[in-house]
Write a protein that binds this ligand. Structure first.
Ligand SMILES: *[C@@H]1O[C@H](CO)[C@@H](O)[C@H](O)[C@H]1NC(C)=O
Ligand SMILES: *[C@@H]1O[C@H](CO)[C@@H](O)[C@H](O)[C@H]1NC(C)=O
Ligand SMILES: *[C@@H]1O[C@H](CO)[C@@H](O)[C@H](O)[C@H]1NC(C)=O
Ligand SMILES: *[C@@H]1O[C@H](CO)[C@@H](O)[C@H](O)[C@H]1NC(C)=O
Ligand SMILES: *[C@@H]1O[C@H](CO)[C@@H](O)[C@H](O)[C@H]1NC(C)=O
Ligand SMILES: *[C@@H]1O[C@H](CO)[C@@H](O)[C@H](O)[C@H]1NC(C)=O
Ligand SMILES: [Cu+2]
Length: 177
């Protein structure tokens, strides 16, 4: 009985110390060191962390690019959060005899977005501007953005799920340059 208890205790100590070693190897464990933690405000440490916080380029739809029938609202929810100054990249091939044209519009408000009311939207990219590197849009303002395809007078937007909204967030304050 006592022997088993000692064995169990030794196992526990070994397990805990292994855990402690693996904790020590992780960068985030330094978060418990308050001296270190405060220095994050000072901008001279944690270069790696700061690099991860730089604005990013986000390919709309991922490998799906920008096409009819992919659920971009779903994609946007799964790809959140988006941050200020992040770049959204819309890629769509220039139309030819076998492919349909697409475009990028920005709706003025949530109502025109919900109804895919192209008349109350501004064209950002015409059907040829998604070729090559794609069309790039930088979300510079802290406001919701409503995107949709403008082709077929809103049909791609309404029936092809080619629409999504993003609300860029402010970056965590300790990562400001
Ligand atoms: C806490 O972090 C500071 C700065 O990185 C370091 O100088 C100090 O030795 C650390 N203290 C402990 C207890 O690890
Ligand atoms: C941050 O890291 C990059 C490369 O990883 C390096 O070029 C740069 O000098 C570093 N900046 C600071 C302030 O350490
Ligand atoms: C697209 O995805 C959203 C969010 O997941 C969902 O609410 C919506 O019903 C989907 N639309 C279609 C047409 O499947
Ligand atoms: C976004 O970029 C602009 C100009 O490039 C800059 O003035 C602004 O401070 C940036 N905002 C954020 C939150 O990074
Ligand atoms: C039309 O464009 C698509 C996508 O770029 C390409 O795969 C296809 O071969 C093109 N078709 C014609 C007839 O040019
Ligand atoms: C396409 O969208 C319109 C407008 O929202 C709607 O009335 C129509 O039923 C939709 N058609 C299909 C096939 O989803
Ligand atoms: Cu389209």
């Amino acid at each position: 009985m006592a022997v088993k208890f000692t064995q169990a205790l030794i196992m526990l100590v070994i397990t805990v110390s292994m855990f402690a070693v693996s904790m020590a190897n992780k960068d985030w464990s330094s978060g418990f060191n308050y001296t270190d933690w405060w220095s994050r405000f000072g901008n001279h440490h944690h270069n790696k962390t700061q690099q991860q916080q730089q604005p990013k380029q986000i390919l709309v739809g991922g490998s799906e690019h920008w096409h009819f029938g992919y659920n971009y609202s779903d994609w946007a929810i799964k790809s959140a959060p988006f941050y200020l100054n992040d770049t959204l990249v819309f890629k769509f091939d220039a139309p030819n005899t076998s492919t349909f044209p697409h475009s990028v519009y920005m709706f003025k408000d949530i109502y025109s977005f919900m109804n895919c009311d192209i008349k109350r939207a501004k064209m950002l990219a015409n059907p040829t501007q998604g070729a090559g590197e794609g069309f790039m849009f930088v979300s510079k303002k802290w406001q919701p953005y409503f995107f949709g395809c403008g082709e077929r007078n809103g049909f791609h937007c309404n029936n092809g799920t080619m629409k999504f909204a993003v609300m860029p967030m402010l970056r965590p304050f300790w990562s400001w340059p």
